[in-house]
Write a protein that binds this ligand. Structure first.
Ligand code: NAD
Length: 289
């Protein structure tokens, strides 16, 4: 039985966007010193501001005391470059969903981190085996797939690629549990578990929109009120990011040799082309003030 990473070990998170900032918050809440890095100027500061706002909301509701909020924020430190992440015991990557960019970042990290450092990818759908290919220590790389919003949703898919050392997968499994999450082991396959099951749900919604059967608000209301879903599919795509959702669909479609069930949507491509990415850009199916 593997043990969770001790709370005094440093966790690094790369990518301070929708997922990275939330994952950094989860690790800091669990007591780890956390370093957050992003390639874009200002992104880390925006990510930490978002975490502070989320924690302030919990303080205002009496769910967290102010001293605990301050301690969490103190543990969450910006990093100026990848070289500042060298002493991390666990590095979680949450950057753009592009296999070659992820491979390049992990290749660079291998030269900076210790031989025992666990490298984890938060990819939604890319092959963990492919991301690890070309690394000197592919056995150290594992999928650690959080769901959005990471501080709220408990599920974490722990995805083993062909080379992943089972002890590494067990350590991140135990660590996720220690962070209050509900991890599940999954074999490396396109979309893993949840994103594969969910693909036809999004695809059929987008088909209904394309055929003008009903509008987004109607579809969402029906799925919430009659289907028992907490959010409708269009709201969910806006939350995830239309670009991220479209990339996952495209990856799964190609990985299953063009299976029509996973065909990417023209309606969604229009939104992405227009920059209507959902909540993060202020406009998607809906507007966000
Ligand atoms: P995002 O666009 O909100 O954030 C990505 C961040 O990574 C940006 O701030 C960007 O500047 C930064 N970045 C890009 N390339 C970089 C590089 N080479 N080095 C350092 N930083 C870099 O994206 P997101 O929604 O947070 O998604 C990140 C990852 O998490 C993707 O792999 C995605 O598939 C996965 N994921 C997303 C969701 C979701 O609901 N959005 C859920 C689970 C997993």
């Amino acid at each position: 039985m593997s043990k969770a990473l001790a709370a005094d070990r440093t966790v690094a998170v790369i990518g301070a966007g929708t997922m990275g900032a939330g994952i950094a918050q989860v690790a800091a809440q669990a007591g780890h010193p956390v370093r957050l890095f992003d390639a874009v100027d200002g992104a880390v500061a925006r990510g930490i501001e978002g975490v502070a706002a989320q924690l302030d909301g919990r303080v205002a509701k009496g769910k967290l005391d102010a001293a605990a909020r301050d301690a969490i924020l103190n543990r969450l430190q910006p990093a100026a470059s990848l070289a500042d992440l060298g002493d991390a015991s666990l590095v979680i990557e949450a950057i753009v969903e592009d296999v070659s960019v992820k491979q390049q970042v992990f290749g660079e990290l291998e030269g900076l981190c210790g031989a025992d450092t666990i490298l984890a990818t938060n990819t939604s759908s890319l092959s963990v085996t492919a991301i690890a290919a070309g690394l000197t220590r592919p056995q150290n790389l594992v999928g650690m797939h959080f769901f959005n919003p990471a501080p709220v949703l408990k599920l974490v898919e722990i995805v083993s690629g062909l080379a992943t050392n089972p002890a590494v997968a067990d350590t991140v499994f135990s660590t996720a549990e220690a962070w209050g999450k509900v991890p599940v082991h999954a074999r490396n396959t396109p979309g893993f578990i949840v994103n594969r099951v969910a693909r036809p749900f999004y695809a059929e919604t987008l088909n209904l929109l394309e055929q003008q059967v009903a509008d987004a608000a109607t579809l969402d209301a029906l799925m919430r009120e009659c289907g028992g879903f907490r959010m409708g599919p269009c709201q969910l795509m806006d939350l995830i990011g239309q670009d991220v959702n479209a990339r996952v669909t495209t990856t799964v479609f190609h990985a299953f040799h063009g299976d029509a069930r996973y065909r990417p949507s023209l309606v969604q491509r229009e939104l992405v082309d227009a920059g209507r990415l959902g909540r993060k850009s202020g406009l998607g199916f809906y507007g966000y003030g």
